[in-house]
Design a protein around this ligand. Sequence first.
Ligand code: SF4
Length: 98
Amino acid sequence: MSDMKITVNVDEYLAVNKYEVDEETAHIELVDEPSPAEFDKLIRVCPAGLYKRDEDGRESFDYAGCLECGTCRIICGDTILSKWAYPGPTMGVEYRYG
Ligand code: SF4
């Protein structure tokens, strides 16, 4: 097995995608007062980095920039999400390559 390491700049790849954010209707909503332990899971797994905790411990989430991968739904389901749906027609992420 090779010891060669490859570093990928994910932000660079995400920046080429196009997003049409539905400002009227959030396609993902969280329960009131989500469990910090569950929230921490999502901080680690969301590939778009949309679940955040600042230096004062305040949690934040913004569905804009969502890749619609469903990872948060699979990892935490209804323990933390009160809603998960795909965005409406013509809304959401449009993947671009290169
Ligand atoms: S669907 Fe994927 S990208 Fe969107 S918030 Fe959940 S984990 Fe993050």
